[in-house]
Design a protein around this ligand. Sequence first.
Ligand SMILES: C[S@@+](CC[C@H](N)C(=O)[O-])C[C@H]1O[C@@H](n2cnc3c(N)ncnc32)[C@H](O)[C@@H]1O
Length: 255
Amino acid sequence: MNKEFIHSISSAVASKEAFFTVNFGPKQIKIFFTEEACDWVWNYKYLQRPQALQIKSQLNSPLKINRIGLINYFYNFIMTDISILNSYISPTIKSVLDIGAGIGLFDLFLNQILDHEALFDLVEVDKLEEIEHVTNNPEHTKKLDHNVQIKPVAVLKKLMITNNAHNINIIDSKSINQHLQKRYDLILSFRSWGYLYDLDLYQRFVRKTLKPDGIVITDLSIYDDSIEKFSSLFNDVVLIDEAPNNKRFLGKNLK
Ligand SMILES: C[S@@+](CC[C@H](N)C(=O)[O-])C[C@H]1O[C@@H](n2cnc3c(N)ncnc32)[C@H](O)[C@@H]1O
């Protein structure tokens, strides 16, 4: 098992389950848990449950299973995202939009590795009844348990307050048009915009709010016309990563 991962688990035990730390170069990142954020991972990323249970048993860890689940999600997804994007993100960015931010761990992490304060807007839905379909790929479609209801905006707001991240603002997807005056250096969407739902949903907003020298990075479904649509928006489009159901693209210089 990765040494850094074990260190993060130990830090959570030492903090009496309040937070975990991650070493990133010369910086130490600290992320506080909330019960709701841990439950989001447990319910939404339920395919990862067996792995979390196995880690708990292998390490014989006293840490609560939903905390192990969150740290495991962090290492499996967020650390990978950071290492892929590190060379594309300018260290001087001042404004970031994350569409479909989940519990915003990427943003909490980026917020702490930047040497200056940037402003973040995270867009999420108020209520998630089911995990959206992966178009044309029913066997990869995930469903929430019947008795589970997820309220992403509320979960995010509480997690950002708990982490004292006053510069990370949460936007309910229904009120997006109240933010058309904003301007972003970086617009991100991991496994969300153009993958779980149509690119059209935020296309106008992105067109309006991306700075002329800003960049957009998003994961696009390989089962519909998302890649075509995205390519028609920008003069420069670069493929930066691939997953089984989607491809990660960077777009800049809007047409
Ligand atoms: C697969 S998760 C990705 C979460 C996070 N970006 C990550 O990569 O770990 C997809 C996210 O998109 C959000 N979502 C679904 N429909 C949305 C919409 N119409 N607008 C904004 N976010 C949405 C879901 O609530 C969920 O948090």
